[in-house]
Design a binder for this molecule. Structure first.
Ligand SMILES: [Ca+2]
Length: 489
């Protein structure tokens, strides 16, 4: 396991007082933890959204990685090669405090709806292969909103928001095109889960040869090549990398002969293979003359896996290869390593290079993108997301509150720099952290701050009272009880 240094962004000229406040807290944070120094200021002027003088509505390339460790890209100092992501980060905004849900299904649901998964029962775990539920069909989704204002919409990659009934599938949820898997975890060469093919083109299952990451990249390139430049494109490119099983073409594995651990070697190869495809997709935008008016967003759906309980449906032996250093823990947990993910946004001339210190959550992306697209959200239920364009484009302050998750067994919220993690299962535990001085969550200060604990537990309880019952536990219970006996054969 490597422990990469996280490189500071270059300092830039001082800016007005609010930014100085942000810079001050960021400097302290960097001093304490070695986290990136959040340079501020020198953002583009006049990058206002909406109204006259706002940007034209962009093509949107929304790229998601799957279980990528937050330290496992070049621009975070990793030895894993990601030159294309590094270039996008250098030319755009690296997002220093971008949060997701701790696992696949909930994050993807939050992106699609602009609402926390606790609102519609997807807050617990993921939709398992044997699950028959999906993202509620009365939720209004991002591709629906964009399609209403003329966008061509495509999902190339992993869906994981319902597979057992066609009503949950992407082409019934606002996507004109779908290519990829419906489930959460597939063999990357066979495109199968539990021996069943999980690879689709629109509403038809297809059997194809090839490494999934390369097939997805090639499909994205094809869609861009045939795009009418006058029609705005929303391309959601959801890679299955570097999720388990750890598999990659030998040529990529051979690039990492210097990494001793074979599992980390393959994990690194998966990331570089993904990065290569991202480079090809960016080149395709350039070749089509679309690059200057394309907003590219990239992030992982959750942190890297640090606990085998959250690896997925297959078995993994040996040390887990992902790194979220210096953040605590990883996928499946409410700590920063599970939820504060590597992220960037890039739009030439609209987003000025730098690192945005603002706190954002993936629920914010629906109102942000809808705002840029001029899409109405009148069909949406009450949003949890906030339009974060000023934070993306101009480095302005982000949201004050983050709801990491609330479910019957646990909950966590952040308000300002205070974070409460509440585990309800016996024996229960309440932890309080001050992220301004302790971003790695090493020092539980709950006993010293009973007022903060009271306020934040009250907030979690309020959310718990309003939440929908999680769909996964009842399904898991039923699947367990209906399984055949496990006596020796
Ligand atoms: Ca994931």
């Amino acid at each position: 396991m490597t422990h990469p240094e996280i490189h500071a962004m270059p300092e830039r000229p001082a800016e007005p007082s609010r930014r100085e406040v942000l810079a001050g807290s960021a400097s302290l944070l960097a001093a304490v933890s070695g986290l990136p120094l959040f340079a501020t200021g020198a953002w583009a002027q006049g990058t206002q959204v909406g109204g006259t003088g706002g940007p034209p509505r962009p093509h949107i390339l929304y790229i998601m990685a799957d279980d990528l460790g937050s330290a496992d890209v070049g621009f975070r100092g990793s030895d894993i090669k990601t030159p294309n992501l590094d270039a996008l980060a250098a030319g755009g905004a690296a997002l220093g405090h971008f949060y997701t849900q701790p696992m696949c299904t909930p994050t993807r649901a939050a992106l699609m709806t602009g609402r926390y998964p606790l609102r519609y029962g997807l807050q617990t775990a993921v939709i398992p292969s044997g699950g028959d539920y999906g993202l509620a069909t009365d939720e209004f989704l991002l591709p629906q909103a964009l399609k209403e204002v003329g966008y061509r919409t495509a999902l190339v990659g992993k869906w994981h928001l319902g597979h057992a009934d066609r009503k949950y599938w992407p082409c019934q949820r606002g996507f004109d095109r779908f290519y990829g898997p419906l489930l959460g975890e597939i063999d990357h060469f066979k495109h199968q889960a539990h021996g069943v093919t999980d690879w689709y083109r629109d509403n038809e299952m297809v059997v194809e040869d090839g490494y999934d990451t390369e097939l997805l990249g090639a499909e994205a390139v094809r869609l861009i090549a045939e795009q009418d430049p006058k029609t705005p494109l929303f391309l959601y490119l959801a890679f299955t990398a570097p999720h388990t099983p750890f598999q990659a073409p030998q040529t990529y594995i051979d690039m990492y002969a210097s990494i001793d651990d074979p599992q980390r070697r393959t994990y690194a190869a998966m990331i570089t293979a993904m990065d290569d495809q991202i480079g090809k997709v960016v080149k395709a935008l350039e070749a089509r003359g679309l690059r200057e008016n394309t907003l590219i967003v990239f992030h992982s759906d959750n942190g890297g896996t640090r606990n085998k309980k959250f690896v997925g449906e297959g078995d993994v032996s040996g040390d887990l290869p992902a790194s979220n250093v210096p953040l605590r823990d990883g996928k499946g947990t409410l700590y920063e390593g599970g939820t504060r993910v590597v992220a960037l946004a890039n739009w030439p001339g609209r987003i000025t290079p730098g690192t945005s210190p603002g706190v954002m959550h993936v629920v914010d992306m629906l109102p942000t993108l809808a705002g840029l697209a001029g899409a109405g959200l009148g069909h949406s239920k009450r949003l949890d997301g906030i339009d974060m364009w000023p934070t993306l484009a101009a480095g302005q302050a982000g949201r004050d509150e983050v709801v990491y998750n609330v479910e019957p067994s646990q909950g966590a919220v952040r308000e300002g720099d205070w974070k409460l993690v509440w585990k309800v299962d016996l024996p229960p535990k309440v932890e309080l952290f001050d992220l301004s001085t302790d971003p790695t969550e090493t020092s539980d200060i709950a006993e010293a701050h009973p007022d903060k604990v009271a306020a934040l537990t009250a907030r979690v309880l309020n959310l718990a009272r309003a939440m929908a019952e999680p769909l996964q536990p009842a399904t898991a219970h039923r699947l367990t009880l209906s399984a055949p006996p496990t006596t020796p054969r």
